[in-house]
Ligand binder design. Sequence first.
Ligand code: NDP
Length: 327
Amino acid sequence: MSDTIEKVKCLIIGSGPAGYTAAIYAARANMKPVLYQGTQPGGQLTTTNEVENFPGYPEGITGPAMMMELQAQAERFETDVRDGWITKVDFSGDVHKVWVNEEKEIHAETVIISTGASAKYLGLESEQKYLKLGGGVSACAVCDGFFYRNHEVVLVGAGDSACEEAHYLSKLCKKVTMLVRRDEFRASKIMAARVKNTENIEILFNTETEEVLGDGQVVTGVRVKNNKTNEAHDIPATGFFVAIGHKPNTDIFKGFIDLDETGYIKYAKPGTSKTNVDGVFVSGDAADHVYRQAITAAGTGCMAALDAERYLAAKDSTFEVSTSNYN
Ligand code: NDP
């Protein structure tokens, strides 16, 4: 139990494009936002090399550089950006209680959840090595596929995301080899049929990844093994895409915030950022398993700040909705 409880008007949890955009809007609306960065400051984009699809960067920008710019923009309007990890919440009463690093207690009038989702990886040492080097391992075909135009790539996964990503890559790449660990897809029939009918996608069933091969800097291929015959072989490739699902970072909200069966936060009212708890809003990938883009996360971050501002104005007649966000 902390000695002193801090009271804040607007607490933002998470530091990806959703969190920082919410902060920019909340700060400009005099909500004096406090933003906790979490364990991966900058969010998923810090594992992306080049971002070429965020409007406003005609030459592209690296993921980490973009996140530093978003942080600087939020701080320019005096967002209080802090190191720290939210370890517990209690949204059962009128006051939204939040604990930082299991110690500090904060009471927030509004909370904006922007905790994102984490891509799942296979966990192979070689996969993690080339992921960290930015050398050809990716969990986002829409973000990184463009860098593999006319190349041969390998993609692992058999769900709807994998099929969607394989199909996306097939339009850019010379060849996509899809590794499916069982003898069937998990994806819906229509999505599976689409990849089966695409000429430059080769599907290897009962096939698992043994190792991502490389020259120490970049990926050069993938060693795979048929789990029925135990036969292994190498596939030449410059890109290794992992599409085995995402995990939304929402565990701490269980019991307070309505989640769907896979852990994504449910919107209480479609077309808004409202959750089932008054005064608690959500933005970004924590509630989005479909689009998962930096720009859509930023858009919902803006929505969450505007919804929080209106919530405060309705609750407290002395808090005026600002005009700056509508200019
Ligand atoms: P899913 O959990 O549906 O699928 C994950 C896939 O990855 C499964 O095929 C699974 O194999 C495979 N996998 C998991 N771990 C490993 C591993 N270690 N090695 C090899 N393969 C592995 O995740 P998705 O991201 O595809 O989809 C999540 C949700 O989003 C689903 O409900 C989906 O329908 C939905 N979605 C809908 C879309 C649409 O309608 N346009 C687009 C994208 C997603 P196995 O089958 O053997 O378990």
